[in-house]
Each structure stands twice: as structure tokens, then as C-alpha cells.
Design a protein around this ligand. Structure first.
Ligand SMILES: [Mg+2]
Length: 385
């Protein structure tokens, strides 16, 4: 057991399949914590930011998690954005894991204890080019899920795609007939001219939410959507801090926020974002189509956060191959078991994930270079992915 005089001695990064970035922090006295700084498609940039963070954190007291967060966020002069906030996120998660392990308690206990008994979850169906949705929904139901998420459309132009919206209504209807709740992720693919039509078309099918109908770059376009249907508006995977969320909350244009705990400053910042949202009666449903450490962080925060509603999980997601799924690099995969639409709150020390360190080190010897596909329309123009 390390003493109060312990210091951060080593910070390592591991790019692992399918598209994740793990962070390992070890103290001079040998205490270890793991986190996840996955920023899909930008792993090299985040690893670079973590390399720079070593200059600030080696020699720092690992128990001073908030001071480390402030140091990384404020001392660099330039702050915010996906790369820097993902680097902070991975380090923050690892420090919470380390702290919990040192004390022998799960992280949620350090966040004030649980406010619920289990964590509702949903999984993906349909992939990026959704088809055969009904069978996929039935398979998810058979696995124990009661809710799923699917992509709304394929790539779509500024003013092209009413046919795709008709197809969307057809597919969502099939999923609802399978007796399962469904959130619809538009992935920011729809542009302003079609956005209201897309929302109104799905409204009678009563989806759980419509996610990133348009990109979150323009709060006024989101505001236009907020009043045009009864479908709850969800967004936030491309917002990285309290400051990014602030205009959406103040303008009252979002119903469900979806910060990613590997992108938005980790456990520390997600807790603060959720508390801010609570003031505006907004629900909290963390984004997590990524790895086991990020998911574990979500489970702990969800356990301790009153306005948490449901957790995305990447089990069997279309980005993962069976040999590279959520539990591949974990020695205690049972912690991610699904029962009646929910996961158990992790009870092991720290984040509760027993990382297969040898497998991680071996896999990271051949770093992945995951990139999303480049989609182009009929005339060769670039489309949102
Ligand atoms: Mg999304």
C-alpha cells in the first residue's frame, strides 16, 4: 500500500483494437490506475497530448485528482476541444481508478454513493448503413436488452433524401413492432433544410430520443428543432466541457445530454456537466460506443448521478469484430453482463475493470490507425459520416 508521499511516476498510452486508447498511470510506489482516452480516429493526437501532460504530472500527488485536472485544463493556456479534453479524460479516469484501488472501494462510493440499484443500458443495431433492422432488434431483445439505438439515415445531402426519411420511418416502425424501445442517431448527417421533416416523420413512432439530428456546431439550428416535435432532443458527444454545454442548457434546446466520459474531461467533468444539466431538468445519458474502461467510468458516474437515465454500451457494435469486442481485454468480463435491460453497478475497487495488461501491451505493439470512411454523394461532394 502506498503512503501519502506517493507520486505519479509513469504515464503510458496503449492504442488497442478496435479503435481505443487506454491510459495507465503508475506511482513511484507501484500503485496503478487505468483510464480510457479514446477519441475515434484521432488516437495519435490524443497520445501526443498525453505525452505533453507527462511534463505536468510526473511527480504530482496522485490523490489530488482535481488539482491534476485544473493543472492540465488551465495551465496549458489553450484549453478545451476534443484532443485536449480526451487526454484529460483518460488521465482523470486513471487517477479515479488508482484512488479507488488504493482505498479498496469502487469509484461510485467516492462520488457520494449510489442513487440507484442498477444501470439501464442500450446497444446498437443496424450499423452505419442500416438494413435488416427488425431481426437485429429481436436478437438484442434475446440478449436481454430492452432498448437499442440505430442510425437514422445513410449519408445525406443538404436537400436530398426524403426517400431516406421514408425508409427511416419504415425501419423504426419495424423495430417498435419488435417490442423494443429505440433511440435514433442522426450522427449530424442531416442538414437544416431536412431536419424538421426528419423529426416530424418519426414523431408518431415515439422514439426514445433523436440524437444529433444536426451537428451541435450551431445552437440556433438546434433551437429550431427543439420546438417542432415531441421527440426528445439528445446531443453532446461532440461537446467537451461545461462551457460547451452551457448555451444548449441556457437556451433550453436539449432534453438529454450525452457527454462521452473519454472525450469530455473524464469522470470529474462529466459529474459537473450532469449537475449543471440537473438545474435545467435535463436528463444525462453518457455516450459510449467505445471500450471497457470508458464504459466502467460511465457505470460509476451513472450509479451516483440523479438525472442519469440510460447508458450506451458497445457490446457487439458494428465497429467491433467478435475478437475485438468490449470484453476482449478484460479478465472479468462478467461485470458487463446484461439482465432485463440493465448492467450491475461495478463493485470491484476503482473502476472495477481487471485489464489484461499482457494482452494490451502485446496489441499496442502494432498500433491501429482507425479512420471513419469518407463518404461522397452523387456528384462527388463530401458528406457527413
Ligand atoms: Mg451519436
Amino acid at each position: 500500500m502506498s503512503s501519502a508521499a506517493d507520486r505519479i511516476g509513469r504515464i503510458e498510452c496503449f492504442p488497442v483494437l478496435p479503435r481505443w486508447l487506454f491510459v495507465r498511470i503508475e506511482t513511484e510506489q507501484g500503485a496503478v490506475g487505468w483510464g480510457e482516452a479514446t477519441l475515434e480516429g484521432h488516437g495519435e493526437a490524443v497520445a501526443g497530448a498525453i505525452d505533453a501532460a507527462r511534463d505536468r504530472l510526473i511527480g504530482h500527488d496522485p490523490d489530488r485528482i482535481e488539482d491534476a485536472w485544473q493543472l492540465l485544463h488551465r495551465l496549458g493556456f489553450y484549453r478545451g476541444g476534443p484532443v485536449l479534453m480526451s487526454a484529460i479524460a483518460g488521465i482523470d479516469q486513471a487517477l479515479w481508478d488508482l484512488r479507488g484501488r488504493k482505498l479498496g472501494v469502487p469509484v461510485y462510493q467516492l462520488l457520494g454513493g449510489r442513487v440507484r440499484n442498477r444501470i439501464s443500458v442500450y446497444a446498437w443495431i443496424g450499423g452505419d448503413r442500416p438494413a435488416d433492422i427488425a431481426d437485429a432488434a429481436k436478437q438484442r431483445a434475446a440478449q436481454g436488452f430492452t432498448a437499442v439505438k440505430m442510425n437514422g439515415t445513410e449519408d445525406i445531402g443538404w436537400l436530398e433524401g426524403m426517400r431516406q426519411i421514408d425508409a427511416l420511418v419504415e425501419r423504426v416502425g419495424q423495430v417498435r413492432e419488435a417490442g423494443i424501445d429505440v433511440g435514433i442517431d442522426f450522427h449530424g448527417r442531416v442538414h437544416r433544410p431536412l431536419a424538421r421533416a426528419a423529426l416530424k416523420a418519426i414523431e408518431p413512432l415515439r422514439p426514445l430520443f433523436a440524437e444529433e439530428v444536426v451537428l451541435s456546431d450551431n445552437v440556433d439550428v438546434v433551437a429550431q428543432l427543439a420546438g417542432c416535435s415531441a421527440v426528445p432532443i439528445a446531443l453532446g458527444e461532440r461537446l467537451y466541457s461545461r462551457w460547451d454545454y452551457r448555451p444548449f442548457l441556457e437556451k433550453g434546446v436539449v432534453d438529454i445530454i450525452q457527454p462521452d466520459l473519454a472525450h469530455a474531461g473524464g469522470i470529474s467533468e462529466a459529474r459537473r456537466i450532469a449537475a449543471m444539466a440537473e438545474v435545467y431538468d435535463v436528463a444525462f445519458a453518457p455516450h459510449c460506443p467505445i471500450g471497457p474502461l470508458a464504459l466502467a467510468a460511465c457505470l460509476h458516474v451513472g450509479a451516483a448521478t440523479p438525472n442519469f437515465v440510460i447508458q450506451e454500451v458497445s457490446l457487439g457494435i458494428h465497429y467491433n469484430r467478435p475478437a475485438e469486442d468490449l470484453t476482449t481485454l478484460v479478465r472479468n468480463p462478467a461485470m458487463f453482463g446484461i439482465e432485463s435491460g440493465a448492467m450491475a453497478i461495478p463493485e470491484g475497487p476503482g473502476l472495477g475493470v481487471e485489464v489484461d495488461e499482457a494482452a494490451v501491451r502485446e496489441m499496442a505493439k502494432s498500433p491501429h490507425r482507425w479512420r471513419n470512411p469518407a463518404w461522397r454523394g452523387r456528384d462527388g461532394e463530401l458528406r457527413e459520416w
